[in-house]
Design a protein around this ligand. Sequence first.
Ligand code: 5GP
Length: 213
Amino acid sequence: MEKKGILVVVSGFSGAGKGTLMKELLKNYDSYALSVSATTRSPREGEVHGKDYFFVTKENFRGMIEAGELYEFAEYTNNYYGTPRQYVDERMAEGKDVILEIEVQGAEKIKKQFPDTVLIFVTPPTAKELKNRLIGRGSETPETIRKRLNRAVEEAKYMPFYDYILVNDDLGTATKELHAIICSEHFKSTRNREAILGITDELREITKEKGEV
Ligand code: 5GP
């Protein structure tokens, strides 16, 4: 049976550890491809253009929207973020499970276009832990931290619409759990229609055959 790639959206509060979780998942399993988004925000220290994001100007970003190059885009704390189509299409065609690490509005838009998408929401165990992780990053100003926490209050409202809630307490455990969720999605009957039809036809044929059983 041909293994088809699944589109997976991973969202979560800023500071939930999604980025690290994604890196760990890709390091441990080769069945995944992580989509690289375009953004108008400035690179953080150590971030690489084309690997972490495509860092573009607002003008470039508008150009991408007008050319229909993005599957979705959203504004987040005064910057734009969007998912380029080409990379997603190419990796899906290769049979990879493609992960979009995007915020809640983008997730909603993707689910509308591709109802088969698996939506996973990553959260730290507590709000206090979230605040500590944002402060611990050392890369954000107090103003940005406040904005991101306020935004988290809004994002929490979307949690019930996600298919899975993943608590990221221990990185190793969360990585295995994420992989397990995606693996089991492959076994869903709705994703295996061809296999069902195949065995049904074979059974029909075999029961028509004459001779010894
Ligand atoms: P950060 O600035 O911390 O890298 O990302 C801010 C938020 O933007 C995160 O919630 C991240 O998941 C989201 N994000 C990153 N890329 C995209 C994208 O292509 N589309 C949407 N809608 N959100 C994105």
